[in-house]
Ligand binder design. Structure first.
Ligand SMILES: C[S@@+](CC[C@H](N)C(=O)[O-])C[C@H]1O[C@@H](n2cnc3c(N)ncnc32)[C@H](O)[C@@H]1O
Length: 267
């Protein structure tokens, strides 16, 4: 097949969550259809790219925090396409002996990460036990604490109860000392944002906003760490950016033995 034919397939492909996200971040791993949708989304919601960058900054701080706390295995679930500031870059700086694994249900993401030289696994977060088994084949040691990073991925799961079940299964399948870090898109009734969300849903798939209490309830069994469920711009920053109407939630929890509360990891 000629390169020209491949280019046409790419240009004609339907937008995907990973490639649209990459286009919104200014990356080059996307097709014309992804860039066109990104352009329309930005027209409706001009701060969207900045907000995605703030989420990435939160994920970066959270990975550094878990590495400083002693975690040496990081599993980035719904990792998306490679972009600067990914978990393995933070690990190379903060804890070069740490093992970073990327997981996504989009084969394009998995292939791109493999080409990039990362350990990359094709799995679906909706089947956490199978996901962890696949990760174990690629070197994840389930006898040692794991840092689970789920940013921008749970938004694609419609049923909040299913999310709670997934997080509970991840907790019971990983040893004490493991850490969960997640972000969740916040319910937002601003009209332009609603239009952007509806456009995204019509072209890519589900994108679900959650209430703060709903996100807090997902941490049943996990020890939610300070500052609790907050905005990405205020999570563990010395000078948090006040935000009366967060567009997204950010939070982390520890998997601790029952009744065991410790001085907070990384402090
Ligand atoms: C918006 S991107 C987020 C990328 C990155 N985690 C971030 O926060 O910048 C969402 C990613 O989740 C992946 N994804 C969506 N549903 C998934 C599922 N059920 N299991 C695994 N990955 C999923 C998509 O393929 C995409 O790469």
């Amino acid at each position: 097949m000629s390169g020209r034919r491949i280019a046409m397939v790419g240009a004609d492909a339907l937008p995907s969550a990973a490639r649209v996200h990459n286009a919104l971040l200014g990356g080059a791993r996307n097709y014309r259809s992804d860039r066109e949708l990104a352009r329309q989304l930005l027209a409706l919601s001009p701060t969207l790219a900045d907000r995605l960058c703030a989420r990435r900054a939160f994920a970066g701080r959270a990975v550094r925090w878990m590495l400083v706390a002693g975690i040496r295995q990081v599993v980035d679930i719904g990792a998306g396409l490679p972009v600067p500031g990914d978990a393995h870059e933070i690990a190379a700086d903060a804890a070069p002996d740490a093992h970073v694994l990327y997981i996504d249900n989009d084969p394009v993401v998995v292939a791109a990460r493999l080409i990039h030289g990362s350990v990359s696994v094709h799995a679906d977060v909706r089947n956490p036990r199978c996901l962890l088994r696949s990760a174990a084949v690629r070197g994840l040691d389930l006898q040692r604490p794991v840092g689970l990073l789920l940013t921008g991925v749970l938004d694609h799961i419609k049923d909040s109860y299913e999310v709670a079940q997934i997080l509970n299964q991840l907790r019971t399948a990983t040893p004490y000392g493991s850490v969960l870090v997640l972000s969740a898109y916040a319910d937002n009734d601003e009209e332009k944002t609603r239009e952007a969300v509806n456009l995204y849903r019509s072209r890519v798939g589900p994108l679900i906003g959650r209430a703060r209490d709903e996100v807090a309830s997902w941490f049943a069994g996990w020890e939610l760490v300070a500052p609790g469920v907050s905005s990405p711009q205020s999570w563990r920053l010395q000078s948090p950016v006040p935000d009366a109407h967060p567009w997204e939630w950010a939070a982390a929890g520890l998997n601790l033995p029952p009744g065991h509360r410790v001085a907070e990891a990384g402090t």
